[in-house]
Design a protein around this ligand. Structure first.
Ligand SMILES: Cc1cc2nc3c(=O)[nH]c(=O)nc-3n(C[C@H](O)[C@H](O)[C@H](O)COP(=O)(O)OP(=O)(O)OC[C@H]3O[C@@H](n4cnc5c(N)ncnc54)[C@H](O)[C@@H]3O)c2cc1C
Length: 326
């Protein structure tokens, strides 16, 4: 049951690079944005120590520090950043309704969805241990491959993304061992051929991970087993990459928004528009291709500009702000 009903011009769901960038633009355009951070304030980047590829940081930056700066930048323009989890939405009417923590109802002229996507992991204790320590487990070759230059790594996965990431790593690393559970790839023939034809990629079919090995701080190897013979062996590596897919955080939008088969929100190409007027999407929630902080920030900007233009077209008293461009 709602205790109060609040009306907002622009509601932003999520506090990763997409959400905060949308908040910066929306706040500077007098849209008085309200942003709900969710259970992971700062988003996925708060789980990494080194971000070296976001423009503007020549010496790199830690993920948590970068996200605190983005939050401060949004708040400098009076974006209203709040704790809270959006548990339900109703996009069936002209006013979009959103519920915070199942209690507070908010009625919104525009909604910007920036809820991201979560990488899937195998779930092994040893994998999670070294992931949390930042000691050699990663779900993003483009983000972290650079740290394993001239080293040997393992990558788990059999789809197109896994093949693409293995190929990316092969250009940086001395050797890449690819662990494939079945006796065939799930990837398209062309992607599978690309890894098969790469000299420093070794593919182990019918193979699964038994344990990620380490010295208590960093990964030193992986123990794998053949799921046909049960035979186990250890591979000495410094990096363990997992490429078994992502889950977009979009369950609450099912039934209102068009989603693809994995759950990514489908936007009108070249815009942040969804199938519902006044509802926009940015960041990894709609991006199964790039999944980078800078692309999330870019689409956050697009969503705020699209929302601003939508409001201006709907209400002639709301002027598109020139401050957006100042
Ligand atoms: C370990 C790791 C390292 C990475 N390193 C790099 C790197 O070096 N460079 C790079 O460019 N990219 C990197 N990435 C990828 C990058 O983090 C993502 O592409 C980026 O964070 C996506 O931003 P986003 O704003 O779309 O979503 P996210 O950062 O995923 O943020 C989603 C936000 O939505 C909130 N949320 C979700 N559901 C709800 C809800 N129902 N209600 C309210 N809030 C909700 C969450 O609390 C969170 O704040 C890395 C990712 C990981 C996991």
């Amino acid at each position: 049951m709602s205790d109060t009903i609040e009306r907002v011009k622009c509601l932003i769901i999520g506090s990763g690079p997409a959400g905060y960038t949308a908040a910066i633009y929306a706040a500077r355009a007098n849209m008085n944005p309200v942003l709900y951070q969710g259970t992971q304030p700062g988003g996925q980047l708060t789980t990494t120590n080194e971000v070296e590829n976001f423009p503007g940081y020549p010496d790199g930056v830690t993920g948590p520090e970068m996200m605190m700066q983005l939050q401060a930048q949004a708040q400098r323009f009076d974006a209203d950043v709040r704790d809270g989890w959006i548990t339900k939405v109703d996009f069936s009417g002209s006013i979009h309704k959103v519920w915070v923590n199942d209690t507070k109802e908010i009625q919104c002229d525009t909604v910007i969805i920036s809820t991201g996507a979560s990488a899937k992991y195998l779930g092994l204790d040893s994998e999670q241990k070294y992931l949390k320590l930042g000691g050699g487990v990663s779900a993003c070759a483009v983000c972290d491959g650079f740290f394993y230059r001239n080293q040997e790594v393992v990558i788990v996965g059999a789809g197109d993304s896994a093949c693409e990431e293995a190929h990316y790593l092969s250009k940086l690393c001395k050797k890449v061992t690819m662990i494939v559970r079945r006796d065939v790839f799930r990837a398209s023939k062309i992607m599978a051929a690309r890894v098969k034809n790469t000299e420093n990629i070794e593919i182990l079919f019918n193979t699964e991970t038994d344990e990620v090995l380490g010295d208590g701080q960093v990964v030193t190897g992986v123990r794998v087993f053949n799921n046909k013979t049960g035979e186990k062996h250890e591979i000495p590596v410094t990096g363990f990459f997992v490429a078994i897919g992502h889950k977009p955080n979009t369950d609450i939008f099912k039934g209102f928004l068009d989603l693809d088969e994995t759950g990514y929100i489908i936007n009108t190409p070249g815009t942040s528009k969804t199938n519902i007027e006044g509802v926009f999407v940015s960041g990894d929630a709609a991006d199964h291709v790039y999944r980078q902080a800078v692309t999330a920030a870019g689409t956050g900007c697009m969503a705020a500009l699209d929302a601003e233009r939508y409001l201006a077209a709907k209400d002639s008293t709301f002027e598109v702000s020139t401050s957006t461009y100042n």
